[in-house]
Design a protein around this ligand. Structure first.
Ligand code: DAT
Ligand code: MG
Length: 150
């Protein structure tokens, strides 16, 4: 299997609304593997680093204030195609996302969309290294893998 890793974060709204287990369940039951997890309150500067690609956008300050407004659950998930498929599980704009997606099922507006997921291999790499030290990530064999991948 072509294993890859992606960075997924449950934003402060998702944490405060009690959606941590609901969101983790969706990645877990698909067959993806959790290899890193922690809860933290990112500083505003840290949020600015995370969203550096959006710093010219008018909503950048509000977005960084929001991300740093409370606890965030930061995770790394591993699996074949997890970057692209993780984005599928997440959906897009909550108003445009299909039921069955996380944002479609659990969020109403763009600015409170409960979850972040890396949008490609480069950002996944950058975001994982911003949020996690290498020793915070665990490589292991899950017993179900042979039933997930054949
Ligand atoms: P995504 O989180 O789907 O990758 P993005 O990278 O374009 O979306 O933007 C990052 C976050 O910024 C997004 O989760 C919500 C917020 N955002 C995006 N567009 C916005 C807008 N027009 N107004 C307010 N917030 C916005
Ligand atoms: Mg994005």
């Amino acid at each position: 299997a072509e294993m890859e890793r992606t960075f997924i974060a449950i934003k402060p709204d998702g944490v405060q609304r009690g959606l941590i287990s609901e969101i983790i369940t969706r990645f877990e039951r698909k067959g993806f593997k959790l290899v890193g997890i922690k809860i933290m309150v990112p500083s505003n500067g840290f949020a600015q680093k995370h969203y550096h690609g959006l710093k010219e956008r008018p909503f950048f300050n509000g977005l960084c204030n929001f991300l740093s407004s409370g606890p965030v659950v930061a995770m790394v998930w591993e699996g074949e195609g997890v970057i692209r498929y993780g984005r599928k599980l997440i959906g897009t704009d909550p108003q445009k996302s299909e039921p069955g997606t996380i944002r479609g099922d659990l969020a109403v507006v763009l600015g409170r969309n409960v979850i972040h997921g890396s949008d490609g291999p480069e950002t996944a790499k950058d975001e994982i290294s911003l949020w996690f030290k290498p020793e915070e990530l665990v490589s292991y064999t899950n017993n179900a893998e042979k039933w997930i991948y054949g």
